[in-house]
Design a protein around this ligand. Structure first.
Ligand SMILES: Cc1ncc(COP(=O)(O)O)c(C=O)c1O
Length: 367
């Protein structure tokens, strides 16, 4: 066997297009509203900020590698057993660990047409094969997922509610999907935006996880909790799966400021309720205002909307993106999610939302 003359990455790695985060800047504009990463305009709970600052006095000490306090608080608020919770450096770390542990060469991971881009990256990084199934009218199609299952399928990744679509799969369909999956296939319910959903037929998946050995639910502190900078996510899963992840993860994967701020944020459910209320009001207002301008907005249950632009010179998504950016409003281009003529807008502060409506009114009216 001839040795290679240079280091060679695992098969699949060079097929990965690196994740591109939402833009932060609007070159030259002094006041910028970042509406590109689904961050909350309310910021974190004041008690989380206090906890974070207090942590500065003991930076020489390693964090609690078991994240006991944070897991206990999450468990208390959600009515769960802390033994079934694992915290991660963002839910992204947990998704990566799952793929790394349960997929290898020859294994397939099912993802959906407009699902979160990280799944494909992690499946390829693990040496597995991503299998993309179509969505129907920007909604996850449970039957399309089931039709794609083969004996090589090891995981199904589902963003519910969806990003960037903002649509959701009713719980009855999630249960039907799970019931039809082979017992060795892990169903990953990525519920990063669950807190925002106000629908009676939606469930993040806690009951399904509790009753089965092959379902997990991931959550994040980056969205409604306003702690994106600290990178905290958590997973609720069966004991055997949590055990495998504990074996592979970094021993101190969450830092102390994050552990303390996360626990304080989780305890302040009044702040969460405020953020959800703000979102409810503005989600409806922005959606209605943009629809009145003749733009199509995919109905959303989250803290962002997908805005579709006319297929007309000067009025396309790229034109709107340039126009909005010049006015200081940074939205997310979503071509890589299969929407070349749409932009995703995070619901922002009163000022940001009013500003986007005014700017898009001008954009649509100009000739
Ligand atoms: C659907 C979905 N899952 C997971 C994540 C990752 O969250 P975290 O910041 O916790 O890694 C995001 C963030 O954009 C997301 O949109």
């Amino acid at each position: 066997m001839t040795a290679s003359t240079k280091p060679i990455p695992r098969a699949g790695v060079m097929e990965i297009a690196a994740y591109v985060p939402g833009k932060e800047h609007a070159g030259g504009v002094s006041r910028v509203f970042k509406l590109s990463s689904n961050e909350t305009p309310l910021g974190p709970s004041p008690s989380a900020i206090e906890a974070f600052q207090a942590a500065a006095s003991k930076l020489e000490i390693y964090p609690d590698g078991q994240a006991r306090l944070l897991r206990d608080v999450i468990a208390e608020v959600h009515g769960l057993n802390p033994a079934n919770i694992l915290c991660g450096n963002g839910s992204g770390e947990l998704l990566a660990l799952l793929a790394n542990i349960y997929l290898g060469p020859g294994d397939e991971g099912i993802i959906t047409e407009h699902g979160f881009l990280l799944y494909r990256i992690q499946i390829l990084a693990s040496g597995g094969t991503p299998v993309t199934v179509p969505e129907t009218d920007r909604r996850v199609d449970v039957d399309a997922i089931l039709a794609a299952v083969t004996e090589r399928t090891k995981m199904v990744f589902l963003t519910n509610p969806g990003n960037p679509t903002g649509t959701y799969v009713p719980y009855a369909d999630i249960k039907r999907l799970h019931a039809a999956l082979p017992a060795n296939v892990i169903l990953v319910l990525d519920a990063a935006y669950a807190e925002y959903v106000r629908r009676n037929d939606y469930e993040a998946g806690i009951e399904l996880v509790s009753a089965n050995r092959n379902v997990v639910m991931t959550r994040t502190f980056a969205k409604v909790y306003g702690l994106a900078a600290l990178r905290i996510g958590w997973i609720y899963g069966p004991a055997e799966i949590i055990d495998t992840m504990n074996r592979v993860r970094g021993p101190f994967n969450i830092n102390t400021p994050a552990l303390l701020a996360g626990a304080a944020a989780m305890r302040d459910q009044t702040h969460v309720a405020k953020a959800v209320e703000h979102n409810q009001v503005w989600l409806a207002r922005v959606s209605e205002a943009l629809t009145a301008l003749g733009l199509e907005v995919t109905p959303s249950v989250t803290n962002f909307i997908l805005i579709h632009f006319p297929d007309q010179n000067g009025k396309r998504a790229a034109d709107a993106d340039a126009f909005l950016t010049a006015h200081g409003f940074v939205l997310r281009a979503v071509s890589s999610y299969g929407f070349p003529n749409a932009l995703r807008m995070t619901i922002g502060s009163d000022e940001a939302n009013t500003g986007v409506i005014a700017a898009l009114t001008e954009f649509m009216e100009r000739t």
